[in-house]
Design a protein. Structure first.
Lengths: 126, 113
């Protein structure tokens, strides 16, 4: 079955760039009708959508993070990536990658997240 | 942004009893063109990622026990656990996928009384 796995540094210094990779196995990242998303969860808190990408490279970002976020995809590696610039302590969280269904309304084409990776805890500290 | 408000923040229910979680959206999640509500429910156990339980407000995912049910339309939604089991202790989240940014409710923690 489809599995996702996050990887990357668990510790990032303030003002530096957080870089994570999500590796997809058991299926192709080039599947149509799916997006690939990033969601984060600060310790003890709720879930925040960061952004999503289609295999073609089309991206959708949360406006609250848009100026600092870049999501990209490498279809031949079956991976997608997250970069978050200028991190602060507020960016410390468990970062999840997930496959996202795609269903359209009059204002967007998005969906639910399933399955999810196990998550990676990123700490921001000097 | 569509704001998702869950209530209560936590609840304690006896084993075998019903648990009801509410989720209210700041604007309608019902898309008139297909008459579908763009709302999902997740279960998150400690140290685990969220698990999708329900999509389209009421469609249970394959493998999800029948004691979990979703209902509601428009702006008001409910997740019901019909007969609480010990393994249902978790935090439950609703999520709207009608518009971006995608937003989640703040979560409801379900415990055993």
């Amino acid at each position: 079955q489809l599995q996702l796995q996050e990887s990357g540094p668990g510790l990032v210094k303030p003002s530096e760039t957080l870089s994570l990779t999500c590796t997809v196995s058991g299926g192709s990242i080039s599947s149509s009708n799916y997006l690939w998303g990033w969601v984060r969860q600060p310790p003890g808190k709720g879930l925040e959508w960061i952004g999503s990408i289609f295999y073609s490279g089309t991206t959708y970002y949360n406006s609250s993070l848009k100026s600092r976020v870049t999501i990209s995809v490498h279809t031949s590696k079956n991976q997608f990536y997250l970069k978050l610039n200028s991190v602060t302590a507020a960016d410390a969280a468990v970062y999840y990658c997930a496959r996202q269904s795609e269903y359209c309304t009059d204002i967007s084409c998005q969906g639910w997240f399933d399955p999810w990776g196990q998550g990676i805890l990123v700490t921001v500290s000097s | 942004d569509i704001v998702m408000t869950q209530s209560p923040d936590s609840l304690a229910v006896s084993l075998g009893e019903r648990a009801t979680i509410n989720c209210k959206s700041s604007q309608s999640l019902l898309y008139s063109s297909n008459n579908k509500n763009y709302l999902a429910w997740y279960q998150q156990k400690p140290g685990q990622p969220p698990k999708l339980l329900i999509s389209w407000a009421s469609i249970r995912e394959s493998g999800v026990p029948a004691r979990f049910s979703g209902s509601g339309s428009g702006t008001d939604f409910t997740l019901t656990i019909g007969s609480l089991q010990a393994e249902d202790v978790a935090v439950y989240y609703c999520q709207q996928y009608y518009g971006t940014p995608l937003t989640f409710g703040g979560g409801t923690k379900v415990e055993i009384k």
